[in-house]
Write a protein that binds this ligand. Structure first.
Ligand code: ADP
Length: 273
């Protein structure tokens, strides 16, 4: 009889413990859903006014509303730069939510890797020149095709390139290199910047993480770019990684399987013709 009372007590305690864990889990899940919804709403609500602020500042900066007095120019430039930073953060947050919800749709087409490298290098050249950095390309004689979403892959390239530029010394060179070996093709971004210490991989690819937490203040950034890039590249069946030496520089690269077919020139045709 004693044994049966003890057994029943033990059973009841275990049951209550499980109920508590279940309730805590449900509370945490509900809190996470509220946070996700809140973040999504705020990001969406910020997007439109920010676009209009950036557009207006560009109009003013381009003297299209009349000549801007010299004493106002620095303040307008700072406002425009910070509005763009905020807009980047909002886009990163929206991308993150899309990926988490499985709602990021990839529009796959055959893409020439050499063309991807050229487009990425050309589109970042203006930004690089603000830092006194030259972007070069080192293309592969044997071009390769990959199955990819052009806009998303340019976003990944842009992320690797803007980091390479941000973390380089003024006057440096950043190189986009394309290599093809067997069934694989690789696009690398080499810089001669500050490099990354050993053991920082989690911070590099983590969410809202940076290797040096003072970077947010010094060079900007959200600590989201490479996390999003990794998810995009993995959704393409590829990989993203880096090698680095402190004080010497870093190489970030993406690698994909090669495809057979013709590249889409207008980005609107069917996947693999
Ligand atoms: P952020 O928007 O802060 O640049 P990323 O996710 O793109 O975020 O990068 C995360 C961190 O990885 C950066 O803050 C930096 O500490 C490090 N990192 C990335 N690329 C480089 C690079 N080329 N050289 C040195 N550090 C880098």
């Amino acid at each position: 009889c004693d044994i049966s009372i003890k057994f029943n007590q033990g059973y009841r305690e275990r049951y209550q413990q499980l109920r508590r864990i279940e309730q805590e889990h449900a509370r945490a899940k509900a809190a996470l859903e509220v946070k996700t919804r809140f973040l999504a709403t705020v990001s969406h609500e910020l997007r439109t006014p920010l676009t209009s602020i950036i557009g207006s500042l560009e109009l003013i900066n381009g003297n299209r509303l009349g000549a801007v007095p010299d004493n106002l120019k620095p303040a307008i430039t700072i406002a425009a730069r910070n509005a763009r930073r905020l807009a980047d953060l909002v886009e990163d947050l929206l991308d993150m939510q899309k990926i988490e919800a499985g709602e990021m749709v990839f529009d796959l087409h055959p893409i020439s890797v050499n063309t991807l490298a050229i487009e990425a290098a050309e589109s970042i050249a203006g930004y690089a020149s603000n830092f006194g950095i030259v972007v070069e390309t080192d293309l592969c004689a044997q071009d390769a095709l990959i199955a990819g979403d052009r806009k998303r892959l340019i976003q990944v390239m842009n992320n690797m390139l803007s980091n390479a530029i941000k973390f380089s010394e003024k006057g440096g060179t950043v190189t986009v290199q394309v290599e093809t070996f067997g069934q694989r093709t690789r696009v690398s971004v080499h810089d001669h910047g500050q490099g990354i210490p050993d053991g920082a991989r989690e911070n590099v690819f983590g969410r809202f993480t940076q290797v040096d937490s003072s970077d947010i203040r010094k060079v900007g950034g959200t600590g989201l770019g490479l996390n999003i890039s990794k998810l995009i590249v993995e959704q393409h069946g590829g990989l993203i990684d880096y090698t680095s030496e402190l004080g010497v520089g870093s190489t970030f690269f993406v690698e994909f399987d090669r495809q057979i077919g013709d590249a889409d020139t207008d980005d609107g045709g069917p996947y693999l013709s």
